[in-house]
Design a protein around this ligand. Sequence first.
Ligand code: ZN
Length: 183
Amino acid sequence: MKNGDAVVPRLNVVIKAAEAAGVPIFYTRDWHPRNHISFREQGGIWPPHCVQDTKGAEFHPALTVPATATVISKGNNPRKEAYSGFQGTDLSKRLKTLAVDEVFIGGLTTDYCVKESSLDALHEGFAVDVMTDCVRAVNVKPGDGMRALQAAKKAGAKLTTSKAAMKRLAGAQHSGHLPAASA
Ligand code: ZN
């Protein structure tokens, strides 16, 4: 997608602050088998992407991934699409075990993975903050990204910025905040 890597420097700043504050950091990533249902040759709408154990499934080389962070792989069932980091994973359980009550979300893409992860996080009972300067949309239809953010907001998510998130992180040690990076 165009300009997707523009979110990386901003995410890195938030990740560094989260690490300094000692709050848990989770990364979600697509981790598709070669015959994943979302791929065009299987009747899906996407070109092949994020195939397990290939370069395409790696995080952006400039993205900071602390050794203490947790990586959640999703979309590994060939028959199921999984835009949300909560879908078919133990992410919710892990967050609850850590007594996390609020998640800060950034990454790609606004209109799919960020949107669905935000809605699922709300559904699981977490407070959700979407860092709007840390997301980018595919915009298959013009305006999809904007509509996705509005849908998240309508469902109860707060639309915020990396700058505001940094402020919260600076004053909120161990309060269970979490930037989740969607890959
Ligand atoms: Zn995918």
